[in-house]
Design a protein around this ligand. Sequence first.
Ligand code: NAP
Ligand code: ZN
Ligand code: ZN
Length: 346
Amino acid sequence: MKTRAWATPAADQPLAPFEVDRREVGPLDVQLDILFSGICHSDIHQARGEWGNSKFPMVPGHEIVGRVTKVGAQVTKLKVGDLAGVGCMVDSCRTCAPCDHGDEQFCQKGSAFTYNSTEMDRKTPTYGGYSKQVVVTEHFTLKVPTSLALQGVAPLLCAGITTYSPLRQWNCKKGDRVGVVGLGGLGHMAVKLAAAMGAEVTMLSTSRSKEADATRLGATSFALTTERSTFKTLAGQFDLLIDTVSAPHDLNSYLGLLRPYGAMALVGVPPKPLEVAAFSLINGNRRLAGSSIGGIRETQEMLDFCAKHQIVADVEVIPAEKINVAYERMVKNDVRYRFVIDAATI
Ligand code: NAP
Ligand code: ZN
Ligand code: ZN
């Protein structure tokens, strides 16, 4: 089945209209008409070849919300007419230990990611959400709550789960002191989710202009990381830091903000390696960790948590012809706080 999309032809080219072939619906497949597709900074990193793993042409997009138009004979999770979501993965082996444990993103055979990847046959390229339709095996679809505004739900499929998962891994709870580094797509979800879990949230940002937004999103305090005094005033304060920054920055300064045994979870992916001094970790038995999206079970848990707490992303809906402008604006830190493509315009 041919479907319209937007693709990057090469790392130094803008995105342009494109056509992809979606497979016929198999017994376990679900076909969606895509309604909204979020723009994640990972789309930009990959479309521009910044991680060194890009395959072209590339149809980015892994924050997908749509309506089910067809289901295979053995599908039980969804029916035609239901809302559904697709995040960063479209398949995995589902038999290895990580898959069995619900960590499909760490499949030992290599997960099939939603774009810039291949299906499990290792041959068929995957094309992402900047398109009109997608066909995905049932296990990798999510049930979307009907009580939330759909354009704000799309970003939950990556920005939401990527910040929910580390908050859960470090057992974020009432009274915990959580610092969120970087107020962009991931950062604004981290603030909303941590606040809903009862944490006392501090926004650590390079942008003074975002202070009022940080408070509105649920942060109890705001600190400018461009001022050295911040790192003195807040030294040793935090149980957990969630670092969402997509560009180079000094990890050692941030590690100094942790209380003894506190942890800093990296979710942002600056393209070049960052330096860490051993004493930044040794002083105070501090922990530096990473976190990659989240498994399917946890993604569903996150969506249900968001429905319960009425949490969606703050979005600016754009037509497809504005994707390249949106990329430029994101790189210039001009997004409040997620661009979402209206798939009707693709
Ligand atoms: P985004 O919307 O562009 O936000 C990034 C934020 O980082 C900006 O809003 C800005 O916040 C801060 N920032 C930007 N440049 C900076 C600099 N030079 N120094 C300090 N702070 C800076 O991006 P996003 O979509 O949230 O994605 C963030 C990162 O997470 C990307 O690298 C992306 O690839 C990665 N990611 C990882 C996963 C995962 O599974 N681990 C999943 C999705 C995305 P302030 O203005 O507040 O400083
Ligand atoms: Zn993403
Ligand atoms: Zn596996």
